[in-house]
Ligand binder design. Structure first.
Ligand code: ZN
Length: 107
């Protein structure tokens, strides 16, 4: 499906994304940082996580969120990490599988 975010907002330790289809996914900001898909956080071939979550500050926060090429969000984090490009479909999947599920719909 075409998962397009229409609104992204931070709510305390959560980041909420409103999708074009009217649903909302909620993510723990910390979990989202740990799920960073960039080459220094995750092995591009095996998908193995290279980032040590213990090195991520518990009070991590997004400093800046930009959309990239209509397919992804680039998140600049308060720990200075800014190479993470989160594709919409990946965010969608994370939201669907994650602890979030605050959208009131039962899959
Ligand atoms: Zn990264």
């Amino acid at each position: 499906m075409d998962a397009i975010p229409v609104n992204v907002r931070q709510e305390g330790a959560d980041l909420a994304i409103d999708w074009q289809d009217g649903t909302t996914s909620t993510y723990k900001v910390y979990d989202l940082r740990c799920a960073c898909p960039c080459a220094s956080c995750r092995d591009e071939v095996t998908g193995e996580r290279l980032l040590n979550p213990a090195n991520v500050p518990k009070d991590i926060a997004p400093r800046r969120i930009q959309s990239v090429g209509n397919y992804a969000l680039k998140i600049e984090w308060s720990d200075g990490h800014d190479t993470g490009i989160y594709a919409y479909d990946r965010l969608w999947t994370l939201g669907a599988n994650g602890a979030g599920a605050a959208n009131g719909t039962s899959a």
